[in-house]
Design a protein around this ligand. Structure first.
Ligand code: SF4
Ligand code: SF4
Length: 99
């Protein structure tokens, strides 16, 4: 019982320390939903590079939520409001136009 109490009091310390020293990073992740380093894949914006896109439609056909639009042979675009960041489009694009 005594051991439990000790752990119970000290366990949050590492978290509190990082909140103290990385306050701005916490704020960006929690409030702005952004990761400036790009390391947090769940928060990263997935974009199509219009210079590399050939308009093949492969990404559009494979997107599970129909978040990609575009005409054949024209640069396609991702609707960020619909995108669930599954990464499928990145893996199917034959021209590596999505990152
Ligand atoms: S990441 Fe997934 S949901 Fe978002 S545009 Fe690509 S395929 Fe669609
Ligand atoms: S799969 Fe790649 S090249 Fe084809 S439309 Fe999508 S982004 Fe453009």
């Amino acid at each position: 019982m005594h051991l439990y109490v000790v752990f119970g009091q000290t366990a949050p310390n590492p978290v509190i320390s990082t909140m103290k020293y990385f306050k701005e990073e916490y704020r960006q992740h929690v409030l702005d939903k952004k990761c400036k380093t790009g390391e947090c894949k769940a928060l990263a914006d997935i974009q199509i590079d219009p210079e590399k896109c050939r308009g093949c439609g492969m990404c559009k056909r494979n997107c599970p939520v129909e978040a990609i639009s575009g005409e054949v042979k024209q640069p396609h675009v991702i609707d960020k409001a619909k995108c669930i960041k599954c990464g499928t489009c990145i893996s199917v694009c034959p021209f590596k136009a999505i990152s």
